[in-house]
Design a protein around this ligand. Structure first.
Ligand code: KE4
Length: 431
C-alpha cells in the first residue's frame, strides 16, 4: 500500500496549516504516522489520494449516516447549486429543515440554524445565561462540546487525545464559571449545585457520550439531571450534535424519553455540509435576537445548499426505517469483535449505542472519563495501523466513536470482523 502522495500532500500542508490540518484530530498524532489525504468517497467506501480503498467508520465524524455521496442528496444539491449558493436572506429551505427538526425534537419549539456544532453550543450557552441571568455552567469531564471558550475545560475528543483538556487562551476569569462533574455520577452534580446555589445557568451533557469514546448514560442518570434542573431552576442542555438523528430519529431524547430545555444539533442535519442548530422552549428561545436581548448571527446561517443536503438526509432517514437496520449492524459488529478479542485474551471493553461504538483497550467497564483513560492508547495505535493495512479506516484516536452507516453492507461487516481478527493477532504477536 503506497502512501506517497498522501505524504507529499502532508508535507505541503505542513507549510500552510498548523499541523498540516484544519482540525487537530485529523493529524493522526495519536497514531504517530502521517495522515491520509482523501480523494473521494462513495457509500461505505473512501479512497485516499494514492488510490487505496477503505471501509470507512469515520463517516466525517458522524454526518455520513446514509453513506457517502448518496445519489438523492447529490442530485438535490446539483439542482440547488444552479439556483445560487448563498443569499444572506431567508429562504423556504430553512423553514423546511426547521419543520423537520421540530417534528423530530418536540422540545425544540423554536430553532436557530448556524454553521457548526460549536456555534450551536456557544449560542445555546449564551441563551441559557441570558435567560437565567446566571453565569456558571456544569459540564462533564471528558465530554466535548466544540471549541467555544467556556467548553474547553476538561474537554474530550481531540482535547483528550492530545492531553490538553484545558486549552491555552481561555481566560481564567471565564474558565472559573465552568464547573466539571463526573459522567454517570449524580452526586458529583449535586455537590456542585449545593456549592453554587442559584448561580448555575445550565447543565450541558452529551446524553450518550461520544467524545471519551462511547459511554451510555446509566439508568437514572439523565432522569436525575432532569430532576436537579427542575428543582434548582437550571436549564438542561442536551448536546445532541452526535446523537441527534443517530441513536434514534429523535435522538437521545426519544430514546430515553427525557425532555431537554435546550438542544444542540449538528453533523447529520447538514448531510455533510456545514450546519448546526440550537433550540428549545419558546419562552427561552424568545430571548434570541431579533426577539430578545441575546445576540447571535451568521453570514451563512441557513445556507441553501446545506439546508438542501440536510432535508434530503432527514427525509431518507425517516423513510428508510433506518434505525432497526443501524442497530442490527452495530450489534453484529460489537458481538463478533468482542468474541474475537476474547479468543485472543485481549482486554477489550466495547460500548455502543445505535450506529456508534468504541473499542476501549482496557478491561472495563468504561462508565466515565477516568475509566476511559485506563485504555492502552499505544495498543490502540498499533491496532489502528494494522486495521489501515487491512483496508479499514477508523477514527485515529482511542477517545472517539466508530460510526456505522446505512451503506455498510453485510460483506463490509464481515470483512471488518476478519480485519479485527488479523489486527488482534498482529498486535499480540509483536508485543
Ligand atoms: P463542530 O463544531 O465540530 O461541528 O461540532 C462540535 C461538537 C459539538 N458537540 C459534540 C458532541 C461533538 O462531538 C462535536 C464535534 N465532534 C468532533 C469529533 N468527536 C468533531 C471532529 C473534529 O473535531 O474534527
Amino acid at each position: 500500500m503506497s502512501r506517497k502522495r498522501s505524504i507529499s500532500f502532508y508535507h505541503k500542508a505542513l507549510e500552510m496549516l498548523p499541523g498540516g490540518v484544519n482540525s487537530p484530530v485529523r493529524a493522526f498524532k495519536a497514531i504517530g504516522i502521517p495522515p491520509l489525504f482523501i480523494d473521494r468517497a462513495k457509500g461505505s467506501r473512501i479512497w485516499d489520494v494514492d488510490g487505496n480503498e477503505y471501509i470507512d467508520y469515520v463517516g466525517s465524524w458522524g454526518p455520513m449516516i446514509l453513506g457517502h455521496a448518496h445519489p438523492k442528496v447529490v442530485a438535490a444539491l446539483k439542482r440547488a447549486v444552479l439556483k445560487g449558493t448563498s443569499f444572506g436572506a431567508p429562504t423556504p429551505l430553512e423553514v423546511e429543515l426547521a419543520a423537520r427538526v421540530k417534528k423530530a425534537f418536540p422540545s425544540m419549539e423554536l430553532v436557530r440554524m448556524v454553521s457548526s456544532g460549536t456555534e450551536a453550543v456557544m449560542s445555546a450557552i449564551r441563551v441559557a445565561r441570558g435567560y437565567t441571568g446566571r453565569d456558571k455552567i456544569i459540564k462533564f469531564e471528558g465530554c466535548y462540546h466544540g471549541h467555544g471558550d467556556s467548553l474547553l475545560v476538561k474537554a474530550g475528543s481531540g482535547a483528550t487525545t492530545f492531553g490538553v483538556p484545558d486549552s491555552l487562551g481561555v481566560p481564567e476569569d471565564l474558565a472559573r464559571h465552568t464547573l466539571t462533574a463526573v459522567y454517570n455520577n449524580l452526586e458529583s452534580v449535586k455537590g456542585l449545585v449545593s456549592q453554587y446555589p442559584g448561580q448555575i445557568a445550565c447543565i450541558i451533557v452529551e446524553p450518550v457520550a461520544g467524545n471519551m469514546g462511547v459511554i451510555a448514560p446509566e439508568r437514572g442518570f439523565l432522569e436525575g439531571l432532569r430532576k436537579i434542573c427542575d428543582e434548582e431552576g437550571i436549564l438542561l442542555l442536551f448536546d445532541e450534535v452526535i446523537t441527534g438523528f443517530r441513536v434514534a430519529y429523535g435522538g437521545a431524547q426519544e430514546l430515553y424519553g427525557i425532555r431537554a430545555d435546550l438542544t444542540c444539533l449538528g453533523k447529520i442535519i447538514g448531510g455533510g455540509l456545514p450546519v448546526g442548530v440550537y433550540g428549545g422552549r419558546e419562552r427561552i428561545m424568545e430571548k434570541v435576537s431579533p426577539l430578545g436581548g441575546v445576540y447571535q448571527a451568521g453570514t451563512l446561517s441557513g445556507n441553501p445548499l446545506a439546508m438542501t443536503a440536510g432535508i434530503e438526509t432527514l427525509d431518507l432517514l425517516r423513510s428508510k426505517k433506518a434505525y432497526p437496520d443501524l442497530e442490527k449492524k452495530t450489534s453484529y459488529l460489537v458481538e463478533n469483535i468482542s468474541i474475537s478479542a476474547e479468543e485472543k485474551g485481549i482486554p477489550l471493553c466495547i460500548n455502543h449505542a445505535t450506529g456508534m461504538f468504541t473499542l476501549f483497550f482496557t478491561e472495563g467497564p468504561v462508565r466515565d472519563y477516568r475509566s476511559a483513560k485506563t485504555s492502552d492508547t499505544n495498543r490502540f495505535a498499533r491496532f489502528f495501523t494494522e486495521m489501515m493495512k487491512e483496508g479499514i479506516y477508523l477514527p485515529p484516536s482511542q477517545f472517539e466513536a466508530w460510526f456505522v452507516s446505512l451503506a455498510h453492507t453485510q460483506k463490509d461487516l464481515d470483512r471488518t470482523i476478519e480485519a479485527c481478527d488479523h489486527a488482534f493477532n498482529a498486535i499480540c504477536s509483536n508485543e
